[in-house]
Write a protein that binds this ligand. Structure first.
Ligand SMILES: NC(=O)c1ccc[n+]([C@@H]2O[C@H](COP(=O)([O-])OP(=O)(O)OC[C@H]3O[C@@H](n4cnc5c(N)ncnc54)[C@H](OP(=O)(O)O)[C@@H]3O)[C@@H](O)[C@H]2O)c1
Length: 339
């Protein structure tokens, strides 16, 4: 079913209407070449997706370059709600080429605009909370970018509920533009944001655009317990990331979900994405297709519906607020007990 006008929803308490899926651009320039990236972006826009999510850090600017090139070629920049991010290191030799200082935020906003070949970002997100930098320094820099017309809205990603509330409180006190969205990890292997972040977002009117709705591909059915990952897949290289995800507890969740998907006659990838998209408080999950076929699969997820019995079974497999540990690299250092 194509995305129709009634499927667009407000982006939090802003007046902007967004599609029920967001196209994540993280693979572009990393595992997807330019021409395929352009084809995926064109197809997504044709299908009605109107939000693109990239970051300065995705392949150190290459994802933004590919995204900008695609929008230049198709001439559809003005129809897109274009989101990027700042925080992760851009130059290993420079201790200031990272983080959320005013200096780095302003420099990277200018660099992102150049790479994306545009004069403004629709959404500029702080990629991670940064305990060393006071939130008011970050908020004042972002507010200046909004007032200068370079950024329309500001958001966060992978913040704890209390960090979002602290930022909203600081914005109100200092009369600055406030965050309008949060981008957290959320999928059928990690439901922790249901405990506090989603209630925070619903209370204060933030849009929630979850990343990794398929757990990076684990929730597609292509990975099997005690079996080598398929060649060319994201987790094909054995290493610390794979070891954290390929655990007994992951497969104890994946296998019964796979059985439920088979009973419903849909691939696990569609069931998993549809579940995130239909959860209360979720605005628009961010899909991360590496290929055009994966994008087509994601679009078909919009047709998947759930009975009350399906949802009860899912809650039995992975209860509300639960997660399979250890899972995310986001869970480190000061962020360890974020949720
Ligand atoms: N804010 C943050 O910190 C953060 C972090 C991560 C991502 N993100 C954003 O969220 C977006 C999505 O994240 P993600 O890529 O991790 O999402 P995801 O949906 O969990 O994983 C996508 C990956 O799953 C595999 N896949 C997708 N559809 C498939 C299918 N039908 N059959 C088999 N495999 C399939 C592909 O990997 P392979 O085919 O290569 O195996 C694909 O790249 C990113 O593009 C980015 O914009 C944000």
């Amino acid at each position: 079913m194509p995305i129709t006008s009634s499927d667009y929803r407000l982006f939090g308490r802003t007046g902007v209407k967004v599609s029920p899926l967001t196209l994540g651009c993280m693979m572009f320039g990393r595992r997807t070449e330019l021409e395929d990236s352009v084809r995926i972006i064109d197809r997504a826009l044709d299908a009605g997706i109107n939000v693109l999510d990239t970051s300065n850090s995705y392949s150190r600017g290459v994802s933004e370059q590919f995204t900008g090139e695609a929008l230049k070629r198709n001439g559809k920049r003005d129809r897109v709600f274009l989101a990027s991010k700042v925080h992760f290191p851009m130059d290993d030799a420079d201790p200031n080429a990272q983080g959320v200082s005013r200096r780095h935020i302003v420099a990277q906003a200018e660099a992102s605009l150049k790479r994306l070949q545009t004069d403004h970002l629709d959404l500029y997100q702080i990629h991670r909370p940064h305990p060393e930098v006071a939130i008011d320094e970050t908020l004042r820099a972002l507010d200046d970018l909004v007032r200068a017309g370079k950024v329309r809205y500001i958001g966060t990603t992978t913040f704890a509920g209390w960090q979002v509330v602290e930022a909203l409180w600081a914005s109100e006190k200092l009369h600055l533009n406030r965050f309008v969205s949060e981008q957290p990890p959320y999928n059928l292997l990690d439901r922790r944001i249901e405990r506090e972040l989603i209630p925070v977002a619903r209370t204060y009117g933030l849009a929630v655009i979850p990343w990794s709705p398929l757990g990076g591909g684990l929730l597609t059915g292509k990975y099997q317990r005690d079996t080598a990952a398929p060649a060319g897949s994201r987790y094909a290289d054995p290493g610390p990331v794979q070891a954290k995800r390929f655990t007994k507890t992951s497969f104890d969740v994946i296998e019964p979900l796979n059985a439920l998907a088979a009973e419903k006659g849909v691939p696990l990838s569609q069931l998993a994405l549809a579940w995130v998209a239909r959860r209360p408080g979720i605005t628009s999950p961010i899909i991360g297709p590496r290929t055009l076929d994966q994008l087509e699969d994601a679009l078909r997820a919009l047709d998947v519906t759930f009975t009350a019995e399906d949802l009860r079974r899912i809650d039995e497999i992975i209860p509300p607020g639960a997660h399979v540990a250890p899972f995310y690299e986001a869970d480190h250092g000061p962020s360890l007990h974020r949720w």
